[in-house]
Ligand binder design. Sequence first.
Ligand code: ADP
Ligand code: MG
Length: 544
Amino acid sequence: MSEQTQQPIIILKEGTERKQGNEAQRENITAARAVAEAVRTTLGPRGMDKMLVDTIGSVVITNDGITILEELEIQHPAAKMMVEVAKTQNDEVGDGTTSAVVMAGELLRYAEELLEQDVHPSTIAQGFILAADRSLEILDSIAIDVGTNDEVLRQVAATAINGKGAEAENELFCDIAVNAIKLIADDDGTVDTDFIGIERLSGGSAADSRLIEGVVIDKERVNANMPASVKQAGILLLNAPIEYKKTEMDAEISITSSEQLQAFLNEEERMIKAVVDRIIETGTKVIFCQKGIDDMAEHFLAKAGIMAVRRVKKSDMERLSRATGASIISSMDAISKDEIGFAGRVEEKGVAGKRFIFVTDCTNPKAATILVHGGTKTVAFEMERAMDDALHVVATTFEDQRVVPGGGAPEIELSVALRDYATRLGGRTQLAVEAFARAFERIPLTLAENAGFDPIDTLIELRTAHERGESTAGIDVATGTSVDMISRGIVDPLRVKTQAVASAAEAATMILRIDDVISAAAPKPGELPPQAAGMGGMGMPPMM
Ligand code: ADP
Ligand code: MG
């Protein structure tokens, strides 16, 4: 009979799990929204902190979206895509991670409602893309040109670190961030924050934090007989070990008598001495070596009054190169006067119970190190994250010279303008654009909620203000009412907002377009994973 011939054809490996259509979509949306829920309560200056405890019991207390998501070790594939949103946001602009994730979660919430009304996922995705493009135009039109005015740069920094536990030292942190960025900015106005190092110190208080023009390295000199302080120093940067260079022939050397050993040692000594002499000739007074320095070299260098530091991190080497003008040499043969840099002062000093090398008074001090103090390890970490956020937003603003008001003002403006735009579209796309407009409201709603106010009351007040044309009205987190964000000095870089819209829309549409999730079977306990099981034929009935 025909039914018997209609056996299902299995194309997937046994145990493979497959979810399709609605079921796949629902599950992905639920998982992604759970991620947004996890960070939502931390949004804004009055957001709460989270305490994260890992398997070995170490504790992180933070308010920072990206830190939370990185610590959580999220497993579900759709949820992981949300973590990617936060990572992209963090890499591209260094702030706005929580907003981006909350927005993506909200887009998916309304997408789910539309799916229930039988709107096709492709239609929703299309509408979202339209709405995102339109949002970027709207943001561009409400952005304010601010130049590189110090006051605005400080405001941007203050807005970014609001609620990050650095309130007490808000002014100090903002000043440090602004000065650091202006110090390292290139003449063409571009800023590479990699030229700013942060040294985190547990000990002292946040008020002890300061900016060092130059480079501070978390190392000591290799030998106590070397000078701890050098002035007017030629600087050699070496990415090669200072050691006896074994030729291939030497690999086979076998020493059978004490004379042979002596000869060998003499040879080694001669070679090291020659290298050190060459270094002395170049006028080098301080060596920063990315690799090791052997005992004999240490001895000769100390005797010559040269200060040497070994196993210096690559990022520190790059900052040193920028500050001192020295090139990083990757072979001892390349040591020459031309490659040497200069620093007016190199000093080993103790700070908060640790030893550091300070390289200051440089030729071109376009590199900086910020010493960030916190009373305890946990506090120091949170201070470092606040400083990092401040640096990034100041850098972004310095480059773009454009900001938008904070406190939910642009989101309300976007939501009002998008609703208007949607009515001109008609059809089902209109529904998707309206959903996008509604999703934006989650930002001011959450800011209000996290500050302890009735979110709906605040939203209505803000919406009314914007409809009256007050495009910079945002939430006053002290009263829950609508105030002009610009006069309060609450501003965010334009790029933080545009990036958040773009990445939230991208993640939401990507998740929506998935209608088939095929997961490989997990190996059963005690069973070897397929690649370890050797021949694929294991477990099959014997062939007849
Ligand atoms: P994100 O990870 O998205 O940057 P935050 O917790 O840093 O999340 O919160 C950022 C939001 O808080 C932005 O919308 C910003 O404008 C707003 N914000 C910051 N300071 C204030 C303030 N003093 N009053 C109102 N809103 C503020
Ligand atoms: Mg922020």
